[in-house]
Design a binder for this molecule. Structure first.
Ligand code: C2E
Ligand code: CA
Ligand code: CA
Ligand code: CA
Length: 262
Protein backbone atom coordinates (compact mmCIF):
# COMPACT_ATOMS: atom_id res chain seq x y z
CA UNK A 1 0.00 0.00 0.00
CA UNK A 2 1.20 3.53 -0.74
CA UNK A 3 1.34 6.48 1.66
CA UNK A 4 -2.23 7.25 2.74
CA UNK A 5 -3.36 10.02 5.05
CA UNK A 6 -4.24 8.67 8.49
CA UNK A 7 -7.76 10.11 8.19
CA UNK A 8 -8.39 7.99 5.11
CA UNK A 9 -7.11 4.82 6.80
CA UNK A 10 -9.23 5.68 9.82
CA UNK A 11 -12.39 6.14 7.74
CA UNK A 12 -11.82 2.87 5.88
CA UNK A 13 -10.99 1.04 9.11
CA UNK A 14 -14.21 2.29 10.73
CA UNK A 15 -16.11 0.96 7.74
CA UNK A 16 -14.27 -2.37 7.74
CA UNK A 17 -15.11 -2.82 11.42
CA UNK A 18 -18.79 -2.07 10.95
CA UNK A 19 -18.82 -4.64 8.14
CA UNK A 20 -16.84 -7.07 10.29
CA UNK A 21 -14.25 -7.24 7.51
CA UNK A 22 -11.22 -7.59 9.80
CA UNK A 23 -10.14 -11.21 9.99
CA UNK A 24 -7.55 -13.28 11.81
CA UNK A 25 -4.68 -15.49 10.81
CA UNK A 26 -3.27 -18.02 13.25
CA UNK A 27 0.38 -18.90 13.74
CA UNK A 28 1.39 -22.07 15.61
CA UNK A 29 3.33 -21.93 18.88
CA UNK A 30 5.17 -25.20 19.51
CA UNK A 31 6.58 -26.84 22.60
CA UNK A 32 10.34 -27.61 22.63
CA UNK A 33 12.09 -29.85 21.87
CA UNK A 34 9.27 -31.94 20.33
CA UNK A 35 7.91 -29.08 18.13
CA UNK A 36 4.39 -30.22 18.94
CA UNK A 37 1.86 -27.36 18.44
CA UNK A 38 0.33 -26.30 21.76
CA UNK A 39 -1.17 -22.93 20.88
CA UNK A 40 -1.76 -20.43 18.12
CA UNK A 41 -1.31 -16.66 18.11
CA UNK A 42 -4.21 -14.77 16.53
CA UNK A 43 -3.01 -11.94 14.24
CA UNK A 44 -5.35 -9.32 12.79
CA UNK A 45 -5.62 -9.13 8.99
CA UNK A 46 -7.28 -6.43 6.93
CA UNK A 47 -7.61 -6.42 3.19
CA UNK A 48 -9.21 -3.20 1.90
CA UNK A 49 -10.67 -2.74 -1.58
CA UNK A 50 -8.73 0.44 -2.30
CA UNK A 51 -5.84 0.31 0.20
CA UNK A 52 -5.05 -3.37 -0.42
CA UNK A 53 -3.56 -5.47 2.39
CA UNK A 54 -2.89 -3.13 5.29
CA UNK A 55 -0.41 -4.61 7.82
CA UNK A 56 -1.34 -4.47 11.53
CA UNK A 57 1.76 -2.40 12.25
CA UNK A 58 0.03 0.31 10.13
CA UNK A 59 -3.60 0.03 11.24
CA UNK A 60 -3.22 -0.82 14.95
CA UNK A 61 -1.63 2.59 15.69
CA UNK A 62 -4.48 4.28 13.76
CA UNK A 63 -7.02 2.23 15.73
CA UNK A 64 -5.28 3.30 18.94
CA UNK A 65 -5.18 7.01 18.14
CA UNK A 66 -8.81 7.05 16.92
CA UNK A 67 -10.34 5.03 19.76
CA UNK A 68 -11.38 2.28 17.32
CA UNK A 69 -9.05 -0.11 19.17
CA UNK A 70 -11.77 -0.98 21.68
CA UNK A 71 -14.22 -2.17 19.00
CA UNK A 72 -11.40 -3.83 17.05
CA UNK A 73 -10.12 -5.56 20.20
CA UNK A 74 -13.59 -6.85 21.10
CA UNK A 75 -14.07 -8.17 17.56
CA UNK A 76 -10.67 -9.91 17.59
CA UNK A 77 -11.35 -11.53 20.98
CA UNK A 78 -14.72 -12.77 19.81
CA UNK A 79 -13.32 -14.26 16.58
CA UNK A 80 -10.36 -15.89 18.32
CA UNK A 81 -12.44 -17.47 21.09
CA UNK A 82 -15.04 -18.78 18.64
CA UNK A 83 -12.48 -20.24 16.24
CA UNK A 84 -10.58 -21.95 19.06
CA UNK A 85 -13.77 -23.39 20.53
CA UNK A 86 -14.71 -24.63 17.05
CA UNK A 87 -11.39 -26.55 16.86
CA UNK A 88 -12.19 -28.33 20.13
CA UNK A 89 -13.73 -31.29 18.35
CA UNK A 90 -10.69 -31.65 16.10
CA UNK A 91 -7.45 -33.53 16.62
CA UNK A 92 -6.07 -31.12 19.23
CA UNK A 93 -8.84 -30.15 21.60
CA UNK A 94 -6.40 -28.60 24.08
CA UNK A 95 -4.86 -25.98 21.78
CA UNK A 96 -4.68 -22.54 23.36
CA UNK A 97 -5.14 -19.21 21.62
CA UNK A 98 -3.02 -16.15 22.28
CA UNK A 99 -4.63 -12.77 21.57
CA UNK A 100 -2.82 -9.41 21.35
CA UNK A 101 -4.16 -6.71 23.63
CA UNK A 102 -3.35 -3.03 23.24
CA UNK A 103 -2.29 -1.25 26.44
CA UNK A 104 -5.24 1.09 25.77
CA UNK A 105 -7.66 -1.84 25.98
CA UNK A 106 -6.17 -2.96 29.27
CA UNK A 107 -6.55 0.59 30.61
CA UNK A 108 -10.29 0.50 29.81
CA UNK A 109 -12.68 -0.16 32.73
CA UNK A 110 -14.84 -2.54 30.72
CA UNK A 111 -12.01 -4.75 29.42
CA UNK A 112 -12.30 -7.57 31.99
CA UNK A 113 -16.03 -7.70 31.36
CA UNK A 114 -15.37 -7.82 27.59
CA UNK A 115 -13.05 -10.83 27.99
CA UNK A 116 -15.56 -12.59 30.22
CA UNK A 117 -18.28 -11.93 27.61
CA UNK A 118 -16.16 -13.36 24.74
CA UNK A 119 -15.48 -16.50 26.80
CA UNK A 120 -19.12 -16.87 27.80
CA UNK A 121 -20.45 -16.30 24.30
CA UNK A 122 -18.04 -18.78 22.68
CA UNK A 123 -18.09 -21.37 25.45
CA UNK A 124 -14.28 -21.47 25.38
CA UNK A 125 -12.55 -22.79 28.52
CA UNK A 126 -10.81 -19.68 29.99
CA UNK A 127 -7.67 -21.76 30.59
CA UNK A 128 -7.26 -21.94 26.82
CA UNK A 129 -7.04 -18.16 26.40
CA UNK A 130 -3.76 -16.23 26.68
CA UNK A 131 -3.69 -12.43 26.52
CA UNK A 132 -0.48 -10.84 25.18
CA UNK A 133 0.34 -7.43 26.56
CA UNK A 134 3.26 -5.15 25.74
CA UNK A 135 5.17 -2.64 27.78
CA UNK A 136 4.08 0.90 26.97
CA UNK A 137 3.47 4.29 28.54
CA UNK A 138 -0.18 3.73 27.58
CA UNK A 139 -0.38 1.01 30.26
CA UNK A 140 -0.88 4.00 32.55
CA UNK A 141 -1.14 3.41 36.26
CA UNK A 142 0.85 0.23 37.06
CA UNK A 143 -1.26 -0.62 40.10
CA UNK A 144 -4.40 -0.43 38.03
CA UNK A 145 -2.87 -2.57 35.25
CA UNK A 146 -1.76 -5.14 37.86
CA UNK A 147 -5.23 -5.23 39.44
CA UNK A 148 -6.85 -5.76 36.07
CA UNK A 149 -4.43 -8.56 35.16
CA UNK A 150 -5.19 -10.24 38.52
CA UNK A 151 -8.91 -10.03 37.70
CA UNK A 152 -8.28 -11.63 34.28
CA UNK A 153 -6.23 -14.39 35.86
CA UNK A 154 -8.97 -15.14 38.32
CA UNK A 155 -11.18 -15.86 35.31
CA UNK A 156 -8.61 -18.55 34.47
CA UNK A 157 -6.93 -16.64 31.63
CA UNK A 158 -3.12 -16.57 31.28
CA UNK A 159 -1.03 -13.44 30.67
CA UNK A 160 1.98 -13.20 28.35
CA UNK A 161 4.43 -10.30 28.20
CA UNK A 162 5.05 -9.74 24.47
CA UNK A 163 8.24 -8.44 22.79
CA UNK A 164 10.12 -8.93 26.04
CA UNK A 165 13.47 -7.18 26.34
CA UNK A 166 12.96 -4.22 24.02
CA UNK A 167 10.77 -2.08 26.30
CA UNK A 168 11.94 0.62 28.68
CA UNK A 169 11.95 -1.23 31.99
CA UNK A 170 11.32 -4.94 31.46
CA UNK A 171 12.49 -5.95 34.94
CA UNK A 172 10.15 -3.54 36.65
CA UNK A 173 7.25 -5.07 34.69
CA UNK A 174 8.27 -8.54 35.87
CA UNK A 175 8.35 -7.23 39.40
CA UNK A 176 4.99 -5.49 39.33
CA UNK A 177 2.70 -7.39 36.97
CA UNK A 178 1.28 -10.91 37.34
CA UNK A 179 2.70 -12.65 34.25
CA UNK A 180 2.63 -16.33 33.22
CA UNK A 181 4.61 -16.30 29.97
CA UNK A 182 7.60 -14.30 28.73
CA UNK A 183 7.82 -13.90 24.94
CA UNK A 184 11.40 -13.07 24.00
CA UNK A 185 11.46 -10.49 21.23
CA UNK A 186 12.62 -11.75 17.87
CA UNK A 187 15.51 -9.26 17.78
CA UNK A 188 17.21 -11.42 20.47
CA UNK A 189 16.40 -14.66 18.66
CA UNK A 190 17.75 -13.48 15.29
CA UNK A 191 21.43 -14.13 16.10
CA UNK A 192 21.13 -16.35 19.17
CA UNK A 193 22.85 -19.25 17.34
CA UNK A 194 25.86 -17.26 16.09
CA UNK A 195 26.46 -14.45 18.55
CA UNK A 196 27.79 -15.48 21.98
CA UNK A 197 26.66 -12.23 23.57
CA UNK A 198 23.07 -12.66 22.36
CA UNK A 199 23.09 -16.26 23.60
CA UNK A 200 24.21 -15.13 27.06
CA UNK A 201 21.42 -12.56 27.19
CA UNK A 202 18.75 -15.04 26.06
CA UNK A 203 19.98 -17.55 28.65
CA UNK A 204 19.73 -14.84 31.30
CA UNK A 205 16.15 -14.03 30.26
CA UNK A 206 15.16 -17.71 30.27
CA UNK A 207 16.78 -18.42 33.65
CA UNK A 208 15.20 -15.31 35.17
CA UNK A 209 11.77 -16.26 33.84
CA UNK A 210 12.11 -19.81 35.15
CA UNK A 211 13.23 -18.59 38.59
CA UNK A 212 10.02 -16.54 38.72
CA UNK A 213 7.93 -19.53 37.63
CA UNK A 214 7.22 -18.21 34.12
CA UNK A 215 7.25 -20.15 30.89
CA UNK A 216 9.32 -18.74 27.99
CA UNK A 217 8.45 -18.48 24.29
CA UNK A 218 11.10 -17.56 21.71
CA UNK A 219 9.62 -15.40 18.91
CA UNK A 220 10.58 -15.10 15.25
CA UNK A 221 12.38 -18.45 14.87
CA UNK A 222 13.23 -18.69 11.19
CA UNK A 223 15.93 -21.38 11.08
CA UNK A 224 16.73 -24.80 12.49
CA UNK A 225 19.92 -23.39 14.04
CA UNK A 226 17.97 -20.80 16.02
CA UNK A 227 15.51 -23.46 17.15
CA UNK A 228 18.29 -25.80 18.30
CA UNK A 229 19.99 -23.03 20.23
CA UNK A 230 16.72 -22.15 22.00
CA UNK A 231 16.36 -25.81 22.96
CA UNK A 232 19.95 -25.80 24.30
CA UNK A 233 19.22 -22.66 26.36
CA UNK A 234 16.13 -24.24 27.93
CA UNK A 235 13.40 -22.31 26.13
CA UNK A 236 9.93 -23.85 26.66
CA UNK A 237 8.07 -22.91 23.48
CA UNK A 238 8.79 -21.21 20.16
CA UNK A 239 7.06 -19.45 17.32
CA UNK A 240 8.26 -18.40 13.88
CA UNK A 241 8.35 -19.17 10.19
CA UNK A 242 10.51 -22.27 10.81
CA UNK A 243 7.55 -23.88 12.60
CA UNK A 244 4.74 -22.29 10.61
CA UNK A 245 3.49 -19.03 9.10
CA UNK A 246 0.30 -17.26 10.13
CA UNK A 247 -2.55 -18.82 8.14
CA UNK A 248 -6.35 -18.55 7.92
CA UNK A 249 -8.31 -20.77 10.31
CA UNK A 250 -9.59 -22.94 7.48
CA UNK A 251 -6.27 -24.75 7.12
CA UNK A 252 -6.02 -27.01 10.17
CA UNK A 253 -2.79 -25.57 11.55
CA UNK A 254 -2.97 -27.43 14.79
CA UNK A 255 -3.13 -30.82 13.12
CA UNK A 256 0.13 -30.30 11.33
CA UNK A 257 3.27 -31.82 12.77
CA UNK A 258 6.59 -30.23 12.08
CA UNK A 259 9.78 -32.29 12.49
CA UNK A 260 11.59 -31.48 15.77
CA UNK A 261 14.61 -29.14 15.47
CA UNK A 262 17.09 -31.63 16.99
P1 C2E B 1 3.58 -9.39 17.47
O1 C2E B 1 2.49 -9.53 18.46
O2 C2E B 1 4.98 -9.37 17.97
O3 C2E B 1 3.34 -10.58 16.43
C1 C2E B 1 4.37 -11.27 15.78
C2 C2E B 1 4.64 -10.69 14.41
O4 C2E B 1 5.81 -11.31 13.86
C3 C2E B 1 3.52 -10.96 13.41
O5 C2E B 1 3.49 -9.86 12.49
C4 C2E B 1 4.01 -12.22 12.71
O6 C2E B 1 3.44 -12.41 11.43
C5 C2E B 1 5.48 -11.93 12.63
N1 C2E B 1 6.30 -13.17 12.56
C6 C2E B 1 5.99 -14.39 13.02
N2 C2E B 1 7.02 -15.26 12.83
C7 C2E B 1 8.00 -14.56 12.22
C8 C2E B 1 9.33 -14.89 11.78
O7 C2E B 1 9.80 -16.03 11.88
N3 C2E B 1 10.06 -13.89 11.22
C9 C2E B 1 9.57 -12.61 11.09
N4 C2E B 1 10.34 -11.69 10.52
N5 C2E B 1 8.31 -12.26 11.50
C10 C2E B 1 7.55 -13.22 12.07
P2 C2E B 1 2.12 -9.18 12.06
O8 C2E B 1 1.02 -10.20 11.93
O9 C2E B 1 2.40 -8.29 10.89
O10 C2E B 1 1.75 -8.28 13.33
C11 C2E B 1 2.57 -7.20 13.70
C12 C2E B 1 2.17 -6.67 15.05
O11 C2E B 1 0.87 -6.06 15.01
C13 C2E B 1 2.06 -7.73 16.14
O12 C2E B 1 3.37 -8.04 16.60
C14 C2E B 1 1.20 -7.02 17.16
O13 C2E B 1 1.97 -6.14 17.93
C15 C2E B 1 0.27 -6.21 16.28
N6 C2E B 1 -1.02 -6.94 16.13
C16 C2E B 1 -1.38 -7.92 15.27
N7 C2E B 1 -2.66 -8.30 15.48
C17 C2E B 1 -3.11 -7.56 16.51
C18 C2E B 1 -4.38 -7.49 17.22
O14 C2E B 1 -5.35 -8.23 16.96
N8 C2E B 1 -4.47 -6.58 18.24
C19 C2E B 1 -3.42 -5.77 18.58
N9 C2E B 1 -3.59 -4.90 19.60
N10 C2E B 1 -2.23 -5.82 17.96
C20 C2E B 1 -2.07 -6.70 16.93
CA1 CA C 1 2.07 -10.88 20.09
CA1 CA D 1 5.95 -10.25 19.75
CA1 CA E 1 4.89 -6.24 18.53
Amino acid sequence: MGAQPTSEIEARLRRALSQRAIGLHYQPIVTLPSARPVAVEALARWSDQTLGDVPPDSFIPVAESSGLIHALGAHVLELACRATQAWSNGVRPQTRVSVNVSPLQLANDTFVWQVAAALEESGLDPRRLVLEITESAALGDMNEAAARLHALRSLGVRIALDDFGIGHSPLSLLRRLPIDIMKIDRSFVARVHENARDAVIVRLLIDTAHSLGLSVCGEGVETREQARQLVALGCDTAQGWFFGRPEPASSDLTAELHPPPG
